[in-house]
Design a protein around this ligand. Structure first.
Ligand code: UDP
Length: 355
């Protein structure tokens, strides 16, 4: 089977790290990098570090509004798909690249395979939620990371196209854990001791684009009993600089780093006392690692992490965050996202789909 896989941002490169190599054993795959994350720290670093095949096509599309970006990717992908004539297009997750890839393929009558299908935060104000719903409804094979996703798809009338495979990010997390656990240099760089710091990430539009919300985020981070280590997403760095808030974080003792490679980031995650984040992937990785997570959002698509007490949703409520951090979880953690063999199940599902 000839597949075109569309990726564009950090978590999609990480997911491709699990899937591309096993997929290429029995199929031809062409990787398209839309350029949605144009910083090397958010894209090519993962190609080098995680052994992802170098993308065969680079579309170089970045910046602009969500609509502009989606439209530009569609415009660039349509002739590429017409030229390459793949048997299917594979997309991951919930970004503009995901929706653009799925829609362009569906319009060209090329079957669409969606990995990480069925996730819902039920918050339609999030651009990612719109991308998830629309992508699922124009896909032909929906590969789900957990039973909740299967149920969500059933409720939307999509059960016949859905299959449970588990979460490919768990595959990467478990494969990379020994390398990350052996890496102490990033803790030295940040000047922190194992178990003695909070790891924070923030980049959601809802938290960083509005200066008032950004200021609340900064106050929350400063209120946390630290040290707090904050590897800054380029978007967040730009917003902090524009709002004149970067100095306030530095003066308050927050340890600012640039965006990290996966191994460095995972090393910090594994040894953190807790994680503060608005990232979907990081919520889940904290859960898999058995690290308490406090999520800077009011909703999450990774509901299982909240139900069993390992993740608390606090929005930007400083007091709620401090209360959550003062009450670390003690309950058992189930394994709703699989056991690290999701990529093999993806390859099997793709083979059955092709037959
Ligand atoms: N990550 C990373 N370096 C960092 C921060 C995060 O490699 O400095 C990884 C993290 O381990 C996870 C993924 O990036 O696998 C999450 O990406 P992000 O937060 O950008 O996206 P989201 O999951 O919110 O869509």
């Amino acid at each position: 089977m000839k597949l075109v896989t569309v990726v564009g941002n950090r978590p999609q490169f990480i997911k491709a790290a699990a899937v591309s190599m096993p997929l290429r054993e029995g199929n031809e795959e062409l990787l398209v990098d839309t350029g949605q994350h144009y910083d090397d720290e958010l894209s090519t670093i993962f190609v080098e570090e995680l052994g992802i095949p170098r993308p065969e096509f680079e579309l170089g599309i970045a910046g602009g509004s969500n609509s502009e970006q989606t439209a530009q990717i569609i415009t660039a992908l349509a002739p590429l798909l017409a030229d390459q004539r793949p048997d299917a297009v594979l997309v991951y997750g919930d970004t503009n690249s995901t929706l653009a890839g799925a829609l362009t393929a569906a319009q060209a009558k090329i079957p669409v395979i969606h990995i990480e299908a069925g996730m819902r935060s039920f918050d339609r104000t999030m651009p990612e939620e719109l991308n998830r719903v629309l992508t699922d409804h124009c896909s032909d094979l929906l590969l789900c990371p957990c039973e909740t996703a299967m149920t969500n798809l059933q409720l939307e009338g999509l059960a016949a196209r859905a299959e449970m495979v588990g979460d490919v990010m768990v595959d990467v997390a478990l494969q990379m854990r020994p390398r990350a656990a052996a890496n102490t240099s990033v803790l030295e760089l940040a000047g922190v001791e194992p178990g003695g710091y909070i790891l924070a990430t923030a980049h959601r539009a809802a938290n960083v684009d509005d200066p008032q919300r950004l200021a609340e985020l900064v106050e929350l981070l400063l209120a946390v009993e630290g040290p707090v280590v904050l590897p800054l997403h380029p978007r967040t760095l730009a917003r902090l600089e524009a709002a004149g808030l970067l100095g306030r974080l530095e003066a308050g003792g927050v340890k600012l780093l640039g965006p990290l490679g996966y191994i460095d980031f995972t090393a910090l995650l594994l040894s953190a006392r807790a994680v503060l984040t608005d990232s979907g992937g990081v919520q889940k990785e904290a859960f898999i690692a058995g690290v308490q997570c406090v999520t800077l959002r009011d909703t999450t698509e990774w509901t299982e992490t909240v139900e069993c007490g390992w993740n608390t949703l606090v929005g930007l409520d400083r007091d709620a965050a401090l209360t959550a951090l003062a009450n670390p979880p003690s309950s058992a953690r189930p394994a709703p996202y699989g056991d690290g063999h999701a990529a093999a199940l993806v390859v099997e599902a793709v083979a059955r789909f092709a037959a």
